[in-house]
Every structure is written in structure tokens, then in C-alpha cells.
Design a protein around this ligand. Structure first.
Ligand code: NAP
Length: 321
């Protein structure tokens, strides 16, 4: 059986991906904060497709929760309750509007949620993956400061993990919510590429992919925004205007199905270290921001992230088979 773990698979793009995967008789591990909402989705997928759905309580903004979740998955795989994972979809995340807030570990919420949590989760779960497994990171076109997507939200700044984790502390002005978001996605693209480089160096066949679902209206993504803005984003006039402005637009079904395809479809075997984008019904490999290919910056980001999550030597020893 094929088994795919997805963070944030009970809503939006993740839910559309989970539905597509389940319809292909793929077993699912739903990982997220809301056990109740995950339970509803699990019931739906089991009833509709007869697949096995496992639930994992996981708050990606909390390093303790990520460690506990990874221990649970590893133990389930060890005793044969769960198959090795064919894919891990690092999809949970969002933009956190308003003043900067901080995770249980004291890190800025956007960076803690979109970056550090998944960084640690993947590090701890690589040994629980199949030999040719795939890690897919849901990123965003906003990561590119030179694109319209990036400019509209707030151009990403330097991908400096320590500065981002501590954004807005010690009386300093924090970045705007838009910049916190776009920069967290730039960091995630760089994690995807750096993981690919590390996997290739270790002669692993696991793939690491960055995936931009495009601007997708109607998900929970704008939940921090005033209701009229949320509504506006779903209108066809707004879709038309976004397209005219040069924003990368998509819809939830196509973007979810594309995420599912990147997780398991045979045409993406070996497509590691690549940035895929869903745009108006087409999924293609495209170039990401120029800065995202900077290997030196990515290495620094990786090492700083390792320090911020306090990766122990035991945890590090686990990483690659
Ligand atoms: N929609 C867009 O236009 C768009 C564009 C580009 C990229 N993306 C990216 O696509 C991904 C999915 O977003 P979406 O649009 O589908 O929005 P969504 O419906 O809000 O889905 C986000 C998911 O992330 C989960 N999540 C947030 N914080 C979490 C935490 N601390 N721990 C565990 N789970 C957490 C949410 O769970 P809860 O219900 O518990 O909050 C939810 O299931 C995100 O990474 C987003 O940045 C979205």
C-alpha cells in the first residue's frame, strides 16, 4: 500500500489533495491541530474509498509537538502499525496577520509554523520513509521578491533564520505580516533545495520538491483578514483582476490534485530539487527566485535552523540510512 502523510490535510488545498489521494486508494496520515476536524475528514475518506486514515495530533509551531508526533510515527512504523511513508507533504501553514506573535518556543509564529516545525519534522521522519519517498513542501509564488506575487504581498527579505525567528523582539519594529509570510516561503523553497543537495550527497533516492499551488481563493488562508476581503477574494472580478496584474492564480481542486500528483504520480519520479507551479489548470516546473538557488545562503539557513530547533546528536544520527 502507498501511504502519504499530510500536514494540514483537513482543509483547503491539503484536503483537496487528501481527497484525490484517497480516491486512488492511497492510505493517509492526517497531521494537524484539530482532532475533531481531522476525524470528520477521516470518516469521509474511509466511507468513500475504504482507505486507512491515521490521525496524528500535531502543532507544527511547537517543537515539542513536532518531536512527539515524529516519535509516534516512528514507533507506529517500527511495530508495523503504519507502513513506511511514501510521501510527506509539508502543507500546513499560513500568514499570521496583525502584530508579530510568538510560538511556545519563543519564535515568531510565521517562521515557527511555516519553517522550523516542518524542518524538524522532516529531519526526524526521513528514516520512516520508503527508499524512493518524496518530501513535498507547499510554498508560494510570493517567495520571489521580483514577481508580482511577491510584490503584492510584500517582498521577501534576507532568509536569515535567526533574525526571522526573533523578528519584532527587543523593541525592534517587526516585518509586515506579508513580508513575514513571503520570507517564510522563500526559506521553505531553500529548505527543499538544500534537502535535495543533502540527499544526493548521501546517495539517497528520496526526492525533495517545492510546490507553489498559486493563489487559491476560498481556503482558510485569508482567515485573519476582515470578512469582506475574504469574500472579495472569491469573486470572479477579483480572479480576473489578479490574473491581469500578473498574479499566479489557480483553484483549490486543481492545486490539491497537483499536490497529490507530486506526492505519488510516476511522472514525477526523480524530479528532486525542482520547483513546480500550479497555474490556471497547468502544473509545470518553473524557475524560482534567483536568491533561492544560492547554496551558501541555504547552508547557513539550514545550520541556523538546526540550532534553533536544538537538533540533538542522537536525532541527527537517525537522519539518513
Ligand atoms: N490559498 C492560497 O492562496 C495559497 C497560496 C500559496 C500557498 N499557500 C499555502 O498552501 C498551504 C495550505 O493553505 P490553504 O490555502 O489550504 O489554507 P488553509 O485552508 O488555512 O489550510 C492551512 C492548514 O494549515 C494548518 N495549520 C496552520 N497552522 C498550523 C499549526 N501550527 N499546526 C498544524 N497545522 C497548522 C491549518 O490547520 P488549522 O485548521 O488547525 O488552523 C490548515 O489545515 C499553506 O502552506 C499556504 O501557505 C496557499
Amino acid at each position: 500500500m502507498t501511504t502519504v502523510l499530510i500536514t494540514g490535510g483537513h482543509s483547503g488545498i491539503g484536503l483537496a489533495a487528501a481527497r484525490t489521494l484517497a480516491a486512488q486508494r492511497i492510505d493517509i496520515v492526517l497531521a494537524g491541530r484539530s482532532l475533531e476536524r481531522m476525524q470528520q475528514v477521516a470518516d469521509e475518506l474511509r466511507a468513500a474509498h475504504g482507505v486507512t486514515v491515521t490521525l496524528l495530533t500535531l502543532d507544527v509551531s511547537s517543537l515539542a509537538s513536532v518531536r512527539a508526533g515524529a516519535v509516534q510515527i516512528r514507533a507506529a512504523v517500527e511495530v508495523g502499525e503504519l507502513d513506511l511513508l511514501d510521501a510527506i507533504l509539508c502543507n500546513a501553514g499560513g500568514r499570521f496577520d496583525g502584530k508579530a506573535s510568538y510560538s511556545p518556543d519563543g519564535y515568531e509564529t510565521t517562521f515557527a509554523t511555516n519553517c522550523l516545525g516542518h524542518f524538524l519534522f522532516v529531519e526526524l521522519l526521513l528514516p520512516s520513509m520508503t527508499e524512493d519517498g518524496r518530501v513535498v513542501y507547499t510554498v508560494s509564488g510570493t517567495h520571489d521578491p521580483d514577481s508580482m506575487d511577491g510584490k503584492a504581498v510584500g517582498a521577501a527579505v534576507e532568509p536569515d533564520a535567526t533574525a526571522l525567528a526573533n523578528d519584532g523582539k527587543n523593541g525592534k519594529k517587526s516585518l509586515s505580516a506579508g513580508k513575514r509570510y513571503s520570507t517564510s516561503k522563500l526559506c521553505t523553497v531553500m529548505y527543499a533545495y538544500e534537502l535535495d543537495r543533502r540527499l544526493r550527497k548521501a546517495h539517497s533516492s528520496i526526492s525533495s520538491i517545492a510546490y507553489d499551488p498559486g493563489a487559491v481563493p476560498g481556503t482558510g488562508f485569508l482567515r485573519g483578514m476582515p470578512k469582506p476581503i475574504q469574500w472579495m477574494s472569491t469573486t470572479s472580478a477579483m480572479q480576473w483582476a489578479s490574473k491581469r496584474m500578473g498574479i499566479t492564480t489557480s483553484d483549490v481542486e486543481f492545486s490539491g490534485a497537483s499536490l497529490a500528483a507530486l506526492a505519488t504520480a510516476p511522472e514525477f519520479v526523480g524530479q528532486s530539487g525542482i520547483y513546480f507551479q500550479a497555474k490556471e489548470g497547468k502544473l509545470s516546473a518553473v524557475r524560482s527566485a534567483r536568491i533561492s538557488y544560492d547554496g551558501k545562503r541555504a547552508e547557513r539557513l539550514w545550520d541556523d535552523s538546526k540550532r534553533l530547533v536544538n537538533l540533538t546528536s542522537e536525532e541527527e544520527a537517525l537522519q539518513l540510512r
